[in-house]
Design a protein around this ligand. Structure first.
Ligand SMILES: Nc1ncnc2c1ncn2[C@@H]1O[C@H](COP(=O)(O)OP(=O)(O)OP(=O)(O)O)[C@@H](O)[C@H]1O
Length: 648
């Protein structure tokens, strides 16, 4: 035995000890490998366990790729470059998501042919818990680059692989995915960790510039030759000087943590006013930034092409958000902007935000178009879960038969027609983030009971059985219907009502807002092209203030957008000539279609006819129809549902 140990590699000796006495001796393996082996053992794996193939379905792979589209597209040039670089030498270049699910596997044909035998194919999961120590899976846990050679892999069956992987971070430092270089034949490929790390820096930098197109992006370094290289530091700042994001290199260069940079003002950090720095950068192409830790050269990478309509130009920055690929488009006003000067809204916003921070559910009530969904998104982005997903489910838009599976998910074969591989429900998709249940008043009673159980026990199990999953989500619900009244009439469970109603936020109708005048002016300014100052003719403004606004902010937004679009480039004042005839008629006293009337029945019929006509005109396209009618898709579904119920 002693003789054998002298010639065996440490990983083989470790295997022998494990087989003989079930223990991993200290000091045999590198510490990060030993830690990972311990985790593999704790997950119930054995070195000689077979490598199971996932055989992911096409649907599963498509879903995975769709959820990670931004990452795949951003990383594509580096993946292609690495494939070219190793052409003929052998090796696979792989990209995975933050759960070690493979998204892209590329390489020479002869290696690609054998790759799928080792579960190296899109859709396969390489998490440590499933496949033991491996570079991809270990990076996801350790969140640091790693190289794993041959038998350092935990499973015997992949002991011939040599891999190096590096984590890809989003612009706020969260894990977004993993880039990996693998040699499927031991020793064939010189594993090159620094090459992978360099590729990752390029991917992260491209993602940074892509994400902050509406901010000023500055490249900085202590040495000018590193500007615009993959070593550059990147800062994104609002025009008013508040720092929105910093890449990892900037943190290292400046010797500060990200939290010490994001949210700070340029002047506070470097003692220079943003206008002065931008003027120098525009005039000379380069500037200097000074800190106690040293002097840095900087260059302008990009300048906003237009001002983001949601961000006022002189406010503090929005809280740092982690953007997941699926979420990269999630935008919402800051809570303060949303509340404007309306005291009721201000109080509501404060309470909603408090409630979420104390893990209490929030119920948002308000007429259609008052901004319930916008409010939910803003609350989410302001909460501690802002880095997680925001998953919205419209209970009115889904057929009753589908809500259950959409919410809870199902296991493969749970019912006839269920998708191969099953489906993860929205509750689970919202893990770590916020679930927004819109039009909760439309949820069928049997499902209300199930939802109540989930919210009480904080676990979910998919339809058709399967393991329970503990949920860590915030819940925000909304309804235009008075839930208390629904409880009184018996169509909404009282216990669920109280469970959801941690805090009830009632959004005022536009006509009731105390700051209506200001709100309209500010809203108009946000829609104005190129920051042009636009006013409204006083007669028209009086009419706007007196109007009922049955479609609330949504209707105001549509009306103002149309008016602005009708203005000539040299015009600065909106008058009746910029307003559509339909809307002028309403302003001049003809009651709007959605306004309640005494002949409610005839009104409903007219509404129904209008919807049918519009649907036909837009070939059944719900989004286009809703836009044309100036109502949300949810309202459109609701009205269709009500009409169907009336004719049944
Ligand atoms: N305070 C606000 N600031 C800026 N835009 C807003 C605000 N409130 C609402 N909006 C805009 O109004 C429109 C309607 O908002 P939203 O969909 O959140 O309303 P809702 O109350 O959820 O409507 P529904 O009940 O019909 O689903 C959106 O285009 C949104 O951008």
């Amino acid at each position: 035995m002693k003789h054998q140990e002298a010639i065996l590699a440490p990983a083989d000796i470790a295997r022998q000890h494990l087989a003989q006495d079930g223990e991993l001796p200290n000091g045999l393996l590198r510490s990060e490998i030993a830690d990972s082996w311990q985790r593999s053992l704790a997950a119930g794996l054995a070195c000689n366990a077979p490598l199971e193939l996932d055989n992911p379905s096409k649907d599963q792979v498509d879903d995975l790729k769709a959820a990670n589209r931004t990452l795949i597209e951003t990383a594509q040039p580096e993946v292609a470059q690495l494939v070219d670089y190793f052409h003929g030498v052998g090796g696979l270049v792989m990209l995975a998501d933050s759960d070690a699910n493979l998204l892209t596997v590329r390489g020479d044909k002869r290696h690609m042919d054998s790759a799928s035998r080792y579960a190296l194919e899109p859709g396969a999961n390489w998490h440590e818990g499933a496949r033991g120590t491996n570079a991809l899976g270990t990076v996801v846990v350790e969140k640091a680059p790693i190289m794993i050679k041959g038998r350092e892999h935990f499973l015997d069956q992949v002991g011939h692989l040599s891999c190096c992987s590096a984590p890809i971070h989003d612009t706020q430092g969260g894990l977004l995915g993993v880039l990996d270089l693998t040699s499927p034949t031991e020793g064939e490929l010189p594993p090159n960790l620094s090459l992978v790390q360099q590729a990752v820096r390029s991917i992260e930098n491209r993602m940074f510039s892509g994400q902050f197109q509406q901010q000023v992006v500055i490249s900085l370094h202590s040495r000018p030759e590193y500007l615009r290289s993959s070593w550059q530091g990147l800062l994104a700042m609002e025009l008013d000087g508040y720092i929105q994001a910093a890449n990892e290199q900037v943190c290292q260069l400046l010797g500060r943590k990200r939290e010490q940079l994001v949210g700070k003002h340029l002047e506070e950090l470097f003692g220079v006013k943003p206008e002065a720095l931008l003027t120098t950068l525009h005039r000379k192409g380069r500037g200097q930034l000074r800190m106690r830790s040293g002097d840095f050269v900087c260059e302008l990478v990009s300048f906003p092409t237009r001002i983001n309509s949601y961000q006022s130009r002189s406010t503090k920055p929005s809280p740092p958000k982690r953007e997941t690929p699926a979420q990269s488009t999630l935008q919402a006003p800051q809570l303060d902007d949303l509340a404007g000067q309306d005291p009721r809204l201000k109080k509501g916003v404060r309470m909603g935000s408090r409630a979420l921070s104390h893990e209490l559910p929030v119920l948002i009530q308000g007429e259609t178009g008052t901004g319930k969904e916008v409010m939910a998104k803003s609350l989410h982005l302001d909460s501690r879960r802002s880095q997680g997903p925001f998953v919205a489910v419209n209970c009115a838009a889904l057929p009753e038969s589908l809500i259950e599976s959409e919410l809870f998910g199902y296991r493969e074969g749970a019912f006839t027609g269920s998708r191969k591989g099953g489906m993860i429900g929205k509750l689970q998709q919202a893990q770590g983030g916020t679930l927004f249940l819109d039009e909760i008043g439309d949820m069928p009673l049997p499902l209300q009971a199930r939802l109540l159980r989930v919210l009480q026990e904080r676990v979910v199990s998919p339809l058709g059985g399967g393991e329970e999953v503990a949920l860590d989500i915030a819940v925000i619900c909304a309804s235009h219907r008075d839930l208390k009244a629904l409880v009184a009439e018996g169509s909404f469970r009282e216990d669920l009502y109280y469970r959801l109603n941690g805090v009830c936020l009632r959004l005022p109708a536009l006509r009731e807002r105390a700051d209506k005048q200001n709100f309209i002016c500010q809203f108009l300014q946000k829609l104005a092209p190129d920051g042009r100052q636009i006013s409204v003719n006083s007669g028209l403004f009086e009419q706007l203030l007196a109007y009922r606004w049955p479609g609330n902010v949504r209707q105001l937004e549509t009306m103002l957008r149309v008016a602005v679009a009708f203005m000539e480039p040299d015009e600065h004042c909106i008058d009746q000539s910029h307003i559509s005839d339909d809307f002028l008629e309403e302003l001049n006293g003809v009651p709007p279609v959605v306004q309640p009337q005494s002949d409610g029945h005839t009104l409903k019929q007219r509404q129904q006819q209008q919807i049918t006509d519009m649907l036909a005109r837009h070939s059944g396209n719900m989004t286009a129809t809703a836009t044309a009618l100036g109502i949300s898709r949810a309202t459109l579904y609701r009205r269709l549902k009500a009409a169907r119920a009336a004719t049944d």
